[in-house]
Design a binder for this molecule. Structure first.
Ligand code: OSB
Ligand code: MG
Length: 369
């Protein structure tokens, strides 16, 4: 199946609620949507790079440049039959994983559609539904956080993750734990701490957290292995794990017990599946992270989370938490037992609403073979 045309769009979609992390507040979702036209089918992908280089080095602008100058030209006119083909064509490009993942996942959707199989099955997924958690942004007060958690539990989510930063950590999480003694709870620091804060982080030990996510710097797997020995809360790595090899090394030196798998960070679905395998071989659970995706990226996440090693509820939540009107349908909805059903239609299982996409498009470029 030959890639004949690739269309890139930058879109802007207002978020229903602002989302605050240790690195800043997001109010509008600005991202790149990739459409790969391959003979008789089209595939869709989403680039999770954010406006600024706060989560990783990549931004919407750098991803646009990498895609148009170096990545799309590599795949145009090429014949693709599996995900590895795309991965191989882009192997020469170093880094820029989010840009790479966007193009790779659009091609994967096209491949799955051309074979008339769900993407989940193409990836090796075995689940029919995935367990869902929520990621709650930093709130103005512990009381406001408790109220937000109560609302999400009411909506049916089974695991609560709260964002923390110095000044909004132990006291906030403790307030949640006091009100909900049994709820599966975790905290995500997005690299806001250093090893010198070990004592502060050890104060979380008594709160019975399922894990603490990415307390230290993205490039510091080593210090995480030291921290992991000083606190009782299990460590999960997000930003630090950029390849299956990173996961292997982090697990082998005891830097973490759990890995957050995000295809944007790992450079695509192919390396995500491999990372999942590496963790599975070592008995380490993985879960699927999220980056406030539209239904295009969300559909890819749901397919990925259907793999057998995704044994913990992830940050893949229902569509109605994010946008008033998404760019693709149908929306993902929570079942009465706190899960999302894995789509059974070919490809990612959502169709892009072209009119809505046009409304929210700010920039568009078309590249042909
Ligand atoms: O660290 O997991 C993170 C969103 C943007 C950047 C980083 C992260 C997140 C989330 C949001 O936690 C999860 C979601 O999509 O709901
Ligand atoms: Mg995280």
């Amino acid at each position: 199946m030959r890639v004949e045309r690739v269309e890139l769009r930058t879109i802007e979609l207002p978020l229903l609620r602002p989302f605050e992390t240790s690195f800043g507040v997001e109010r509008v979702k600005r991202c790149i949507i990739v459409r790969a036209d391959c003979e008789w089918v089209s595939g869709w992908g989403e680039c999770v790079a954010m406006d600024g280089p706060w989560y990783s080095e990549e931004t919407v602008g750098t991803a646009w440049l990498m895609l148009t100058e170096f990545m799309v030209p590599e795949v145009l006119g090429r014949d693709l039959s599996c995900g590895e083909d795309v991965h191989r064509l882009l192997r020469r490009v170093r880094g820029n994983h989010m840009a790479k993942a966007a193009l790779e996942s659009a091609c994967m959707d096209a491949i799955a559609r051309s074979r008339e199989v769900p993407l989940a099955r193409l990836l090796g997924g075995t689940r029919t539904e995935i367990e869902c958690g929520v990621s709650i942004g930093i709130q103005p007060t512990p009381e406001a956080l408790v109220e937000t958690v109560a609302r999400e539990l009411e909506a049916g989510y089974r695991r609560i993750k709260v964002k923390i930063k110095p000044g909004a950590d132990v006291e906030y999480v403790r307030a949640v734990r006091r009100r909900f003694p049994d709820v599966p709870l975790m905290a995500d620091a997005n690299s806001a701490y250093s090893l010198e804060d070990a004592e502060r982080l050890a104060a979380l030990d008594e709160l019975d957290l399922a894990m603490i996510e990415q307390p230290l710097a993205p490039d510091d797997i080593l210090d995480h292995s030291v921290l992991a020995r000083r606190i009782r809360t299990p460590v999960c790595l997000d930003e630090s794990i950029r390849s299956p090899e990173d996961a292997r090394k982090a697990l082998d030196i005891g830097a973490c017990e759990i890995v957050n798998v995000k295809s944007g960070r790992l450079g695509g679905l192919v390396p995500s599946v491999r990372t999942h395998e590496v963790c599975r071989e070592r008995g380490a659970p993985v879960w699927c992270g999220g980056m406030l995706e539209t239904n295009v990226g969300r559909a890819h996440n749901v397919a990925l989370a259907s793999l057998p090693g995704f044994t913990l509820p992830g940050d893949v939540s229902a569509s109605d938490r994010y946008f008033e009107q998404d760019i693709a349908l149908p929306n993902f909805e929570l079942t009465d037992h706190g899960t999302i059903g894995v789509r059974e239609s070919p490809g990612i299982g959502v169709e892009v609403d072209e009119q809505r996409l046009e409304e929210v498009t700010r920039l568009r470029e078309e590249l042909r073979a």
